[in-house]
Design a protein around this ligand. Structure first.
Ligand code: ADP
Ligand code: TRP
Length: 339
């Protein structure tokens, strides 16, 4: 059975870009029922989704905030439809095989390979000698995350492709040094359409690190903020509602409308024939708020019941551990440390 794995950093409240770009595809994967999965999960593929808290600490984190963000991320995934009986949902730091395998891969990776990583170069820029070794080593931990589970497919954004390619190189290198051990994973890069652009600047992707709050709609935004943000979203000087990529602001709003309602863009355009941007924006704000309300309620409910969240994470860690521990036994044997 195909194994599909992805992971997200616990970095506070998510926005609708994260939801439609990263989490929803994992929710959809759960749709096909198949009761014969080896780990007892239901679904046509075996899916793993985890919170990479050890990646998060490659930049400074406030401990209390990090703890909250891990729980918040768990509550969010559950609220938007991740079913812990169909997806192995867990916290990276709870399965210590991740860091153990990262060490072994550290001894195979070359300095030059990590120095070439675009994300590292971006994040280290301007920091001089003060950049942490963890930030440098980040892609090796990510390779361990992937290889530990014999992952076939890794759905990620374009920015993570280079990291998945390193995981492929390390799998091949390990296999050629020590014999067939790891599955060589395939990155699955999301289509351009799954990219939500910033409301204040539709040329750049929606991002929580944008300089203005008006850039993104967070999953926890109330009705008034959603309305304010959508009303002030950058559009062109036209007046009709049509889908045209050169009118990037409007195209982005139509994409959001379509993702939230499930209606094809053509149908939305037909419905708004003869109407202007004002009506369209007010309707969209209403639709987005109505969509977010039950999600927000569920997130808050989960957060009130920490014991339940912890139990779900315990169950996920136990399932992940079963796979990871077996793989590590094989790895130790292959490299000669198992006596
Ligand atoms: P951010 O830029 O807000 O910090 P991250 O880089 O933490 O987001 O991305 C988390 C996940 O969400 C990644 O899988 C990424 O590909 C996806 N993602 C982030 N922004 C968007 C967006 N605007 N549209 C679609 N997917 C996105
Ligand atoms: N580096 C990824 C990101 O920032 C998160 C991540 C860590 C990941 N380990 C992974 C993604 C393994 C896919 C598979 O988005």
């Amino acid at each position: 059975m195909k194994r599909i794995l992805t992971a997200l950093q616990p970095s506070g409240i998510l926005h609708i870009g994260n939801l439609f770009g990263a989490i929803e595809p994992m929710v959809k994967l759960q749709a096909d029922e198949n009761p014969t999965s080896p780990s007892g999960l239901r679904g046509a593929s075996e899916n793993l989704l985890f919170i990479v808290d050890y990646h998060a600490i490659t930049v400074p984190q406030d401990p209390a905030e990090l703890r909250h963000n891990i729980l918040f991320a768990t509550a969010t995934y559950l609220a938007v439809g991740i079913d812990p009986d169909k997806t192995i949902l867990f916290q990276q730091s709870r399965v210590n095989e991740h860091t153990e395998l990262a060490w072994i891969l550290n001894c195979l990776v070359h300095m030059g390979e990590l120095e070439r990583m675009t994300q590292y170069k971006d994040k280290a820029r301007g920091k001089g000698e003060a950049v942490s070794v963890g930030l440098f080593d980040y892609p090796v931990l990510m390779a361990a995350d992937i290889l530990l589970y014999d992952t076939n497919v890794v759905p990620v954004g374009e920015d993570q492709k280079q990291h998945v390619e390193l995981a492929r190189d390390l799998a091949e290198r390990f296999n050629s040094h020590f014999g067939e051990t790891f599955v060589v994973p395939q990155p699955q890069i999301r289509k351009e359409g799954a990219r939500i652009m910033g409301l204040d600047d539709p040329e750049k992707k929606m991002s929580k690190s944008a300089s203005s709050e008006k850039n993104f709609i967070s999953l926890m935004d109330d009705e008034a903020s959603v309305l304010k943000k959508i009303k002030s979203a950058v559009t062109d000087s036209g007046s009709t509602i049509t889908f045209d990529k050169t009118r990037a602001g409007l195209a982005n709003l139509l994409t959001i409308y379509s993702l939230v309602t499930g209606k094809p863009i053509d149908q939305i355009v037909t419905e708004y024939a003869g109407k202007g941007y004002g009506d369209f924006k007010i309707d969209l704000a209403g639709i987005v708020s109505t969509y977010l309300a039950p999600i927000q309620e569920k997130i808050n409910d989960y957060l009130k019941d920490e014991t339940k969240l912890l139990a779900i994470l315990d169950q996920g860690a136990a399932r992940a551990k079963t796979i990871a521990a077996k793989k590590m036994e094989l790895v130790r044997q292959k490299i000669g440390v198992k006596l």
